[in-house]
Design a protein around this ligand. Structure first.
Ligand code: NAD
Ligand code: MG
Length: 347
């Protein structure tokens, strides 16, 4: 078992261990005095791992119920949140009980926000089952739901009490969903850790399982250090946005349908590296290709740039972009938006 302690305002452990899902009850019993829990999951993950988690919790003395909703981003919404609250009431969940998010980022984000707001806050545990959720969304305490006005616009900072990463669960992921998670992993290597990048570039999507635990550990550890320094996203945490400025623009151009976030991140990293650090471009693109990720787009930059403007993290006139001029060394650069446009259009 590997463990990473995250020292945020509420410190917690991330446990990385194959087979951990089967003994999650024991792990959770160590971090709470309550013996009452509700598992929140989606229908796909619930069908695969719901029984296992339920059994483990009951064997550890928990009274436990499970709330299942349809998989997909459209479930990360206020009406589903309302249904979760109603279910918690029906189960007589009190402030000392615990919620368990079993699934990908969608389940983690909505369950985290439910935990942040139900009875003004109760504890929750993350059991992330996608690569993206293990290396990114389950750690760091950002929780949210989507509203008509945009993605993740309503949420809270709420750190989990424990994160349990079992890489065996990643074996049932569709190939494309696994590949998508690699977009964020390659990002971590680029911004902070050349050794991690070398590990990834020496494998492919087909041999990824061989390095999975080592890679997940390294990625979570990078997220840990960034989040510990900037829990509430006011500075350094922006580094995690490498590839995301153009990546978000690509997602938005596609109307947030049929274009995965991880693909946007990969293409966005390659595009900005092509322009600002061309010497690194080949290596980065080869690595993305090995994990079946895009390395660019045919959409003209002039059509993408308007979508960069509306990124909610950017102040009105300026834009923060991330560049890696060496592998393992990300930098945050703040420039007026017009200058960013000129740079990206090669003017
Ligand atoms: P997801 O939760 O929708 O999962 C993707 C699909 O995989 C779903 O259909 C799910 O049912 C299925 N699935 C999950 N685990 C599986 C498994 N082990 N085997 C088979 N199928 C499985 O998507 P995601 O990519 O995990 O997360 C995306 C969400 O995460 C977005 O809403 C995004 O905004 C959010 N996010 C949040 C943060 C954060 O810091 N909170 C960071 C990044 C992304
Ligand atoms: Mg991302």
């Amino acid at each position: 078992m590997k463990k990473i302690n995250i020292r945020t305002s509420h410190p917690y452990d991330v446990v990385i261990e194959r087979g951990a899902v089967r003994k999650c009850g024991e792990l959770i019993a160590e971090i709470t005095s309550s013996r009452k829990a509700v598992i929140v999951t989606d229908d796909t993950v619930g069908g695969l791992y719901g029984e296992t988690v339920l059994t483990s919790l009951r064997n550890s003395g928990f009274e436990c119920d499970i709330f299942t909703f349809p998989h997909g981003e459209q479930s990360k919404c206020l009406s589903n949140l309302g249904d979760i609250f109603d279910f918690l009431c029906k189960c007589n969940i009190t402030r000392s009980d615990i919620l368990i998010a079993l699934g990908g980022g969608v389940v983690g984000d909505i369950t985290g926000f439910a935990a942040a707001s139900f009875l003004r806050g109760i504890d929750f545990v993350q059991i992330p089952t996608t690569l993206l959720a293990q290396v990114d969304s389950s750690v760091g305490g950002k929780t949210a739901v989507n509203i008509k006005g945009g993605k993740n616009l309503v949420g809270a900072f709420k750190q989990p009490s424990l994160v349990i990463c079992d890489s065996d669960t990643l074996k049932t992921l569709p190939r494309e969903t696994l590949a998508e998670g690699m977009g964020e992993c390659i990002k971590y290597g680029m911004i902070r850790d050349e050794k991690l990048f070398e590990l990834m570039e020496s494998h492919t999507l087909d041999t990824l399982d061989e390095i999975m635990d080592e890679m997940v550990y390294a990625c979570v550890d990078i997220k840990r250090s960034v989040v510990e320094n900037d829990e509430f996203d006011k500075g350094e945490r922006m580094l995690l946005n490498f590839g995301h400025t153009l990546g978000h623009a690509l997602e938005a151009w596609h109307n947030y349908t049929d274009y995965a976030h991880g693909y946007g991140v990969a293409a966005g990293m390659c595009m900005i590296t092509d322009i600002l650090a061309p010497d690194l471009s080949d290596r980065l693109k080869k690595c993305c290709e090995a994990y079946e990720l895009p390395t660019g787009t045919d959409i003209p930059m002039s059509e993408l740039l308007p979508f960069c403007k509306i990124d909610k993290k950017n102040e009105a006139k300026n834009i923060n972009y991330i560049v890696c001029r060496e592998i393992g060394k990300g930098e945050i650069v703040k420039v007026p938006f017009d200058e960013f446009c000129r740079l990206m259009e090669g003017k």
